[in-house]
Design a protein around this ligand. Structure first.
Ligand SMILES: [Ca+2]
Ligand SMILES: [Ca+2]
Ligand SMILES: [Ca+2]
Length: 225
């Protein structure tokens, strides 16, 4: 029952409080609506639940990133292993080819292989022999190479002025820039010396021009693959 204070016309405080308690009890909200401990428990529950959700989401993201990173690392490792395997097989093939050349009497110098013939032929026949060996007559392109090749003693090299007298070219068509002619050479003796040979005279400059039909040893050269 709602009671009114007749003197002021308002519902009394005791009456209002009693009604709220009655309403809360009827609606089951007494523990939550009226009890401060219940409110704290609710807030704590909500905050805890939120933190758990946040933790779960963080764990999911971390796990997904870990899986992606692991998959990427696995793919990268597989690619590296394949590259290393390919390189290893390529090196092995190169080593096998290199060993075969050495067995056939070729010499190695500065990433190139050299072959000194055991017989004598004309300059053109000598060049044909080199071409059949997958090489060509040697081209001297450095002081170090000149010092190395002159040790083979007298032999044809890939130098000729067949096209234009006095204009010397290498067999690959490049002009002669740095030369190692012996004293008073090339002299084009009898107007018939158009092919170059290398010799060893205890000096750096050891080239001579001589008739191309002359028979001579020869030196082939090819780059190591
Ligand atoms: Ca060379
Ligand atoms: Ca000449
Ligand atoms: Ca000469």
């Amino acid at each position: 029952m709602v009671k009114f204070d007749d003197s002021v016309g308002y519902e009394s405080q005791a009456s209002v409080s009693g009604r709220r308690v009655w309403i809360n009890r009827c609606s089951g909200g007494d523990a939550i609506g009226r009890n401060p401990t219940g409110m704290k428990f609710l807030r704590l529950f909500i905050v805890s639940f939120g933190l758990l959700c946040l933790l779960q989401a963080t764990l999911n993201i971390t796990l997904r990133l870990t899986l992606i990173t692991k998959r990427n690392l696995t793919d990268s490792c597989a690619a590296v292993i394949k590259n290393l395997t390919d390189e290893n097989e390529k090196l092995k093939r190169t080593q096998d080819i290199f060993d075969e050349y050495i067995k056939q009497g070729w010499f190695y110098f500065s990433n190139h292989l050299y072959y000194k013939s055991e017989t004598k032929k004309s300059w053109q026949e000598s060049r044909q022999d080199c071409l059949q060996r997958g090489a060509d007559l040697t081209i001297i392109s450095s002081r170090e190479e000149q010092v190395f090749v002159r040790n083979f003693l007298s032999a044809w090299i890939g130098l000729t002025d067949n096209e234009t007298e006095g204009i010397w070219k290498w067999v690959d068509g490049t002009p002669l820039n740095t030369s190692y002619w012996h004293d008073k050479e090339p002299n084009n003796a009898n107007s018939n010396e158009n092919c170059g040979e290398i010799g060893y005279h205890g000096k750096l400059n050891t080239w001579n021009d001589k008739p191309c039909h002359s028979e001579n040893y020869w030196i082939c050269e090819k780059m190591v693959m």
